[in-house]
Design a protein around this ligand. Sequence first.
Ligand code: SAH
Length: 348
Amino acid sequence: MKDIRNLTLDELKTEIENLGEARYRASQIFEWLHVKLVRDFDEMSNLSKDLRNKLKNNYEISNLKPVRVSESKIDSTKKFLFETPDGNFIESVWMQYHHGNSVCISSQIGCRMGCRFCASTIDGLERSLTSAEMLEQIYEIIRITGEKVSNVVVMGMGEPMDNYDNVIKFVKLLTCKDGLNISGRSVTVSTCGIVPMMKKFAEEGLQVTLALSLHAPNDAKRRELMPIANSYSIKECLEACDYYFEKTGRRVSYEYALVSGVNDNDEEAEELIKLLKGHNGHVNLIPVNPLKERDYKRSDKSRIFAFQNKLEKNGINVTIRREMGKDIDGACGQLRRRHNEEAPGVLS
Ligand code: SAH
């Protein structure tokens, strides 16, 4: 059965009409699902029993079962491991900033992009998530924490541009004024650089921020770290980012994970400066989270600051990503991986 939360309000109106009901019922149902966040048709108290039964016979509201919640002792970051109805695990993170609460969601179960430093991709792609499953990560976190969410980043497991249609619909539902109504400007979608999809994304008329995982100042180095660099050059990625800016007016964020001795020396900083000069954007430096499966190490603090200074002095907007929840398996895919290795299905 299909999850009713995969439908936009317009689609729901059409389907409700086809069930022989008045269109305005769709707005009531949409509010129950996306504002009041109920997960049971019987809680929709302003609908007749007959309509509730019709809904039950035609749709489902699938859930995600929280199997592990870890809370950081350093900051209040919470990391959630959810189990999907088909027995897979995905992770999401809740972070508290002074400007509001942010949720980082997964877009796929696993990933097939193969980035060397990333835990999500080690066992490949299991499947893509539906729009409803992406929404439900946020909805369930709101139910559990009782807090509002103002920012959403699609930077958990998976490659959003490899699950394009579901991600677009997810963004539309999330930013819908009749739903959670999160501002498009408060949503960030991060990609490893699937160029044709980035261009398509620019034409959707959305106001979201696009982040490009760059991680290297030249193609040779990027190919060592990211297999996708064999398909698209940095030049093509940057052209797609410029096109994104041209179409949306939104400046792109360039993610750069600093790996000790791999992409963090002065020459590489200079190469990066030359590369990004004249492009509208901002560099986000991420101290890499080491994986035990690989021997990559994070750059030490003085190297990170030296790299940042060089960029800054040369007129590049740059920030160092604040590390959140460092003590609870920080980076993408690491909590799920530990869980799968230790004791699948065990609660802690
Ligand atoms: N597939 C998308 C989004 C998911 S990853 C993408 O590639 O952008 C979100 C960000 O975390 C990406 O920039 C990714 O390269 C980075 N990342 C993955 N593993 C990491 C690690 N071990 N340490 C630091 N950053 C990591």
